[in-house]
Design a protein around this ligand. Structure first.
Ligand code: G6P
Length: 596
């Protein structure tokens, strides 16, 4: 969701910024733009559409060694050229890109900008116009920016150019992510390390309500009162080759295939010298001391949390609740006496989850983040952290992060348990092998997707018990990338209403991995078949019947969600492929949702 890249140095900036923006495409966007500053002034190129289109809009004859770029995911105003960033102040002196939402934009317009003529419908333009106004009133530029920031409510990552000072990029951050990259003879700024990793692996974190002045030689960080903040840079662990597609046609397929490897890497990372699974004892004892775990997450991470709840309750006998972040924050349930909060987030940046974190920290409760991104906002701001070790996930549809989340939650549950009844290390290793076999059988999913999903309007996933959780994730996967209207349903609930939607040839995909519900789900399959549904059944080998189309190798029943999601991921992938969809960058979606 909105991406920012900036560069100041000795090289021409266009390619660095455009390719940096391409690395941020995964976040989701609908328009893009860049501003190049040189001795002749500012040159702005922007439009609705992809970076590939922006490349046609940019005048490659124009040179400049300072620039900022942006990918916009529309919040205020339609995705069109005028609303695309960068935005300029009325005099054109200041140019700015923004990620976030200015919540008090209306009040600011009324109080400070009554006479200003606005070009766009964006909240962002308010910021650049206010900077201009305070400079016009006589404030020095850094002060005018800091003063503006003290008046803004909401979230922002900002990069600002001043036409009269081409030696500087000003940046600031509150709630939205922004990193500064340190180079030799140049410096950069980006929404995340991926945008800069081809140029540098040295990064400065910028914390909330901080402001920085970046020249090609120096980076100076201030708080909003103008006091300098001393901070060391850190070395980013991201490997530049991790963010390439290699020979894969899509990141999503690459990331699906990486899952067995990721699972083995998780096993290796959570092992001690004696070869036993191990986790930070401080986390385990904090959870043991709590009387209830509250898992909070969004989207796919929420679905992993559902499985996590099951694991914590079954394996560790720890009462656990799971909540959607955007609901929890405004409709907080009655909490137990000693709650422990777990935030699951691939990106570690999701604004809804962060809003809950801020709230529960104010209440003084212990917090753990399970994220894929070391140094992300949730990682930094929680008391305890566990990493997913999944490597960068670039396709908008989350795959390997989901299974990594379940694997880490399984290890956590096992370690929290006073006695863990299952040999988790062995069972996870078996699951990795089963995953591999599933990934090797792509023709089957290609064929099934072509037959059942290539032209359908809707589809249902049905299952019971933890298979229901997998159905929710499977349905999300299918709808987000193929745009087929899909519902994940508790199989037993169908007869209470949804079965009315079953018509001739409606695809229904049934998942069966739990012994206790095998026969019940098979009865539900008969019910939908009797009403014309075209059923695909996937089942664990030991529960399978001759007519099931997808057979999943046997795993421990607690870990079945780790493997049963893989056929669903592949069905979604091939459905989207046959429907000619933009698989890695589905419409309207963002990978990292940094607004509430
Ligand atoms: C977005 C993504 C989803 C993701 C959700 C939560 O909606 O498109 O794939 O599951 O955000 O993201 P998080 O980074 O917190 O796991």
């Amino acid at each position: 969701m909105c991406g920012i890249v900036g560069y100041i140095g000795n090289q021409d900036v266009k390619e660095t910024i455009l390719s940096g923006l391409e690395k941020l495409e995964y976040r989701g966007y609908d328009s893009a733009g860049i501003a190049i500053l040189n001795g002749n002034g500012i040159n702005i190129y922007k439009d609705k559409g992809r970076i590939a289109h922006l490349r046609n809009v940019v005048d490659f004859g124009v040179k400049g060694t300072v620039g900022i770029g942006h990918t916009r995911w529309a919040t205020h105003g339609k995705p069109n050229k005028v609303n695309s960033h960068p935005h300029q102040s009325s005099t054109k002196r200041f140019t700015l890109v923004h990620n976030g939402i200015i919540e008090n934009e209306d009040a600011l317009r009324l109080e400070y900008l009554k006479d200003t003529k606005f070009e766009s419908d964006t909240d962002t333009e308010v910021v650049v116009q206010m900077i201009q106004k305070f400079v016009d009133e006589g404030q020095e530029v850094p002060l005018a920016i800091r003063y503006t920031l003290t008046l803004i409510e909401g979230s922002y990552a900002l990069a600002i150019l001043d036409q009269e000072n081409p030696e500087v990029i000003y940046v600031a951050k509150n709630k939205s992510p922004l990193l500064i990259g340190k180079g030799e003879g140049f410096n950069m700024v980006g929404s995340d390390a991926m945008a800069m990793i081809h140029h540098t692996n040295q990064f400065y974190e910028l914390h909330d309500k901080e402001f920085a002045v970046i020249t090609k030689e120096n980076i100076t960080i201030y708080n909003l009162f103008g006091m300098t903040i001393n901070r060391d840079y850190y070395i980013g662990e991201l490997d530049a080759t991790d963010i390439e597609k290699g020979t894969y046609p899509h990141y999503m397929l690459k990331e699906i295939d990486e899952q067995p490897f990721v699972l083995r890497r998780i096993i290796a990372n959570y092992q001690n010298e004696m070869g036993q699974l191990s986790m930070d004892e401080n986390i385990l004892s904090a959870i043991r001391q709590s009387d209830r775990v509250y898992i909070v997450a969004c989207g796919t991470s929420y679905h992993a949390g559902l499985v996590g709840k099951h694991l914590l309750e079954k394996v560790a006998s720890k009462p656990t609740e799971i909540h959607v972040s955007s609901e929890f924050v405004y409709n907080t349930p009655l909490l137990s006496e000693r709650p422990f909060f777990v935030f699951i987030s691939q990106s570690g940046e999701t604004a809804d989850s962060r809003a809950v974190l801020v709230k529960v920290k104010e209440m003084g409760y212990p917090t753990l983040s399970i994220t894929n991104v070391k140094g992300s906002t949730l990682y930094r701001e929680t008391q305890y952290q566990l990493l997913l070790h999944a490597g960068p996930e670039i396709a908008v549809a989350s795959t390997k992060a989901y299974t990594a989340q379940i694997a880490v939650l399984a290890i956590l549950a096992c370690k929290v348990a006073v006695t863990c009844d299952i040999d988790m290390l062995k069972e996870l290793s078996i699951a990795a092998n089963v995953m591999e076999a599933l990934c090797d059988n792509k023709e089957l999913y290609d064929q099934l997707a072509r037959t059942y999903l290539a032209t359908t309007r809707n589809c249902f996933y049905i299952g019971r018990h933890v298979d229901y959780y997998t159905c929710l994730e499977a349905a999300l996967k299918l709808k987000e990338i193929s745009y087929i209207q899909t519902e994940g349903f508790a199989a037993g609930e169908l007869k209470h209403g949804t079965i009315a939607l079953i018509e001739d040839n409606t695809p229904v995909i049934a998942i069966i991995t739990q012994e206790g519900i095998n026969l019940n789900t098979r009865s539900n399959i008969k019910e939908v078949k009797a009403r014309g549904a075209a059923v695909i059944t996937m089942s664990l080998k030991r529960l399978s019947s001759k007519t099931d189309q997808i057979i999943i190798g046997d795993v421990h029943e607690y870990l079945a969600p780790l493997v049963s999601v893989i056929p669903a991921q592949l069905l979604s992938y091939y459905a989207a492929l046959h429907r000619d969809c933009d698989i890695d960058k589905p419409r309207n979606l963002a990978k990292s949702v940094t607004v509430e």
